[in-house]
Design a protein around this ligand. Structure first.
Ligand code: FES
Length: 568
């Protein structure tokens, strides 16, 4: 902690060359908002909100903001809400990932530029939590995080539905002709039925658990459903704690986000079989702290961390089940022996002290298993390397078809998303179930902005034969709610001329999850000849943020942050 005294509205005075004038003017203008002199003298807690009409997941934020404010006021500080960019996953083009860094920059600069002694970050939808944490880390003020929490499930013909694993499952059935247009329209209205983030262990839920594991959130609040009264109580309590942090001056993110807490977050990611996207975001958060995630170390952690939760998209439960089953508190206890217990959280206690407390309720073992009877003895995700991905790729082995984890097949190549859309359902496409589908030019630097397109659809003619999974490889990402034998984040990406760009129809490709390898079985001399004739895809004439993004985005293995945002 620092010995900084709360300055309230005197923080970071506007520069007129006369500090007293700047203070007098600021207090005058703040008074115009109806603040009394007593209010103007209080420590200030900024509430960084990502409410937006283009973000369904954050629909309940107005009520949550009131709860945070209540906590701040009750603890003697002044709450001041301010907006930053919001990223509603399905409302952004080309992808939300492209704008994550823009949001992180807005968060960092608005925390730094505006007068606040501490800040409550409010996010939830996939990219918002990483952007908030990245920005807040770099801004360096005392910071807490509160998330929106997951949606509740809907019902269809007696079956529970949750966004968005079931979105994909039913879309697959529709493509295979198993359900008709009327039924898919009916399902459309039943998938996402409340405010909150996607109802499964997708990216938003994974990042919420990671935020808590990093110590940035109140214990066991990451998975409280969006519509539960406990969600508001957690918001109020976070406000009160952050008011204390405004006075004490800490902890600041650098105190909490350390090499050790990042390793704990990786352990949790593996134990909950979380989203592949979370690796990108965790690498970006770690990058702000000057910490690189070593893929070989990641694999060692994966091989010794069991999957202990049975949730979709891999298993059968939903986030509301996870919360009532014991939540993160229960998961942490199952992997306690593998965690760095000296890490602290915003309440000031260590993880060891937290886990020494008895659990309030028995754990529901149908949802959260014990470590000695896990869902899987190995972690849910692994990194791959090989001649196709010299700098790495990711496979969610827990979501893969076991029979495809060791597989060799013939490449069927799509050179872009447009090419994929044009040909994947062509009845004349030369493809069999044993082939390997390859998508090029969908990485971070590509014009498509690393979309969640790695879940390539099964060609319709194979889907109608009952084929449910194939090995699919790309430099794209995959939704945290998706599943299949899917190799993602291939680095270097095709846009930069990586080996992925050199794959041609008919090449042999071998995936070995056991060997942690993905190899293009083409002689080096032939690859060298192809490399010599490689022509980078024509870039569009760009300006503004798109140009900044393309010029500075780092590879997926480094979190897709901008190079100039890393610590000097
Ligand atoms: Fe917001 Fe899934 S769309 S969390």
């Amino acid at each position: 902690m620092t010995d900084r005294k709360p300055l309230g509205f005197d923080n970071g005075l506007t520069n007129y060359g006369d500090r007293d004038f700047a203070r007098y003017l600021r207090r005058s203008f703040a008074s115009s908002m109806g603040y009394s002199g007593a209010a103007l003298d209080k420590p200030i807690v900024g509430i960084c909100t990502t409410e937006s009409g283009f973000n369904n997941c954050h629909r309940h934020f107005p009520e949550m903001i009131e709860a945070v404010k209540r906590g701040v006021l009750a603890a003697g500080a002044l709450p001041v809400t301010f907006p930053v960019i919001s990223l509603g996953e399905v409302f952004l083009s080309p992808t939300s990932l492209v704008y994550r860094n823009l949001m992180a920059m807005a968060v960092e600069e608005m925390i730094r530029a505006q007068p606040m002694d501490a800040v409550v970050l409010m996010g939830g939808c996939d990219k918002t939590v990483p952007a908030l944490l990245m920005g807040a880390y770099s801004a360096g003020r005392p910071t807490s995080l509160v998330v929106g929490g997951p949606m509740m499930t809907g019902r269809h013909k007696g079956e529970r539905l949750g966004a968005c694993t079931d979105c994909r499952r039913f879309w697959g059935k529709f493509r295979a002709g198993e359900i008709d247009g009327d039924e898919i329209s009916q399902i459309e209205g039943r998938l996402a039925v409340t405010s909150g983030t996607c109802a499964v262990m997708g990216t938003a839920s994974t990042m919420a658990l990671i935020g808590e594991t990093l110590g940035m959130m109140l214990p066991n609040t990451s998975a409280i459903p969006a519509v539960h009264a406990d969600r508001l109580r957690a918001a109020e309590e976070t406000g009160a704690l952050t008011a204390q942090m405004a006075v004490s001056g800490g902890p600041v993110p650098v105190d909490l986000i350390t090499r050790e807490s990042i390793e704990n977050a990786i352990r949790v990611l593996l134990a909950v079989s979380g989203s592949t996207n979370a690796i990108v975001h965790l690498a970006a958060i770690a990058g702000r702290a000057g910490i690189a995630i070593d893929l070989d170390h990641f694999n060692r952690l994966s091989d010794e961390t069991p999957v202990v939760v049975d949730l979709k998209p891999v298993g059968s439960g939903y986030m509301e089940d996870f919360h009532t089953a014991g939540g993160l508190e229960a998961v942490l206890r199952e992997i306690e022996g593998k965690l760095n217990l000296a890490c602290r959280d915003i309440t000031g206690i260590t993880l060891g002290e937290r886990l020494a407390r008895p659990l309030a309720d028995p754990v529901d073992r149908a949802v959260i298993r014990s470590a000695d009877q896990p869902v899987d003895p190995l972690g849910g995700l692994i990194a791959l390397r090989g001649t196709l991905a010299p700098e790495g790729a990711i496979l969610k082995r827990a979501a893969a078809t076991p029979g495809l984890l060791e597989h060799e097949g013939r490449a069927v190549v799509f050179c872009s998303l447009e090419d994929l859309a044009a040909r994947i359902d062509d009845p004349d496409l030369d493809v069999t179930a044993d082939d390997v589908l390859v998508l090029q030019n969908a990485g971070p630097r590509s014009p498509s902005g690393m979309p969640e397109a790695g879940y390539l659809p099964i060609p319709k003619k194979l889907a109608r034969q009952g084929v449910k999974d194939m090995v699919r490889i790309s430099d794209a990402r995959m939704s945290g709610t998706a599943f299949g034998t899917i190799v993602l984040h291939v680095t270097p990406e095709a846009d930069l001329g990586g080996p992925l760009a050199l794959v041609r129809n008919g090449d042999r490709i071998r995936l070995s999850a056991a060997g942690k390898r993905i190899d293009l079985l083409v002689p080096e001399a032939e690859l060298a000849a192809r490399r010599a004739t490689f022509v980078a895809p024509a870039g569009e004439a760009m300006r503004g943020y798109a140009k900044l993004y393309r010029q500075h985005v780092l590879p997926a293995t480094k979190g897709c942050d901008f190079d100039f945002l890393l610590p000097r």
